[in-house]
Design a protein around this ligand. Structure first.
Ligand SMILES: Nc1ncnc2c1ncn2[C@@H]1O[C@H](COP(=O)(O)OP(=O)(O)OP(=O)(O)O)[C@@H](O)[C@H]1O
Ligand SMILES: O=C(O)C1=C[C@@H](O)[C@@H](O)[C@H](O)C1
Ligand SMILES: [Mg+2]
Length: 186
């Protein structure tokens, strides 16, 4: 019989939530959504869930309650979401850098650091205005600061996937491959 099937890979069954961590603009939301679809599990975006819980945009939460107020809500929302079984959770770029939130995510999820060259990220976040930490700043300068402060936290993730400058689809394949290898050793 001719080979007609496009993919013979068995579907990966997630035993726990998977949390995506990494810098803003690296692809946690857009890659995460496609990853969840490929694995047939729910997708959640922590920033969106915080917005729903507060009835305010991330920018408005920063403006009304400051970054500390945002971080407090972020911790509660992430902890609640991760009690909800296998899923893909896109965390906000700063979540894994807050010690208490970091510990909650590490306890409750398999953690995946999505990583790519800062120049690729700077290009992706250019001309967008919904990230308060980038507003009125040179994106490359902010990203370099975040690299210095945040990479030591992100590096504690269970898995690191360098997605380069490839398509969302290719990034999803890379993450699934890395998850399979990681879960096989558990
Ligand atoms: N692998 C990729 N290939 C092509 N485009 C990408 C990829 N990852 C992200 N992008 C693009 O970069 C932009 C930012 O991606 P996304 O919003 O998913 O980042 P994020 O990590 O969720 O950022 P934040 O922490 O600010 O929420 C989007 O326009 C998205 O389409
Ligand atoms: O990198 C950060 O600290 C942030 C990233 C976004 O996902 C949002 O959570 C918010 O804009 C803060
Ligand atoms: Mg996002």
């Amino acid at each position: 019989m001719p080979e007609t099937s496009k993919s013979t890979e068995p579907r990966l069954i997630l035993p726990r939530p998977v949390a995506l961590v990494g810098l803003m603009g690296v692809g946690k939301t857009t890659v995460g959504r496609r990853l969840a679809e490929a694995l047939a599990v729910p997708f959640r975006d922590a920033d969106e869930e915080i917005e729903k819980a507060a009835g305010l945009s991330v920018s408005d939460i920063f403006a009304a309650f400051g970054e500390a107020g945002f971080r407090d809500g972020e911790q509660k929302v992430i902890s609640r979401l991760l009690d909800d079984g296998p899923q893909i959770l896109a965390t906000g770029g700063g979540a894994f850098v807050q010690p208490a939130t970091h510990d909650i995510i590490r306890q409750k999820a398999v953690t995946v650091w999505l990583k790519t060259d800062l120049r690729v990220i700077a290009r992706r976040v250019a001309n967008r205005n919904h990230r308060p930490l980038l507003r009125d700043r040179d994106p490359m300068e902010v990203l370099r600061e975040h690299e210095a402060k945040r990479y030591p936290f992100y590096a504690k993730a269970d898995i690191t996937v360098d997605t380069g400058d490839q398509s969302h689809g290719k990034s999803v394949e890379l993450v699934i491959g890395a998850l399979k290898r990681f879960l096989e050793t558990k």
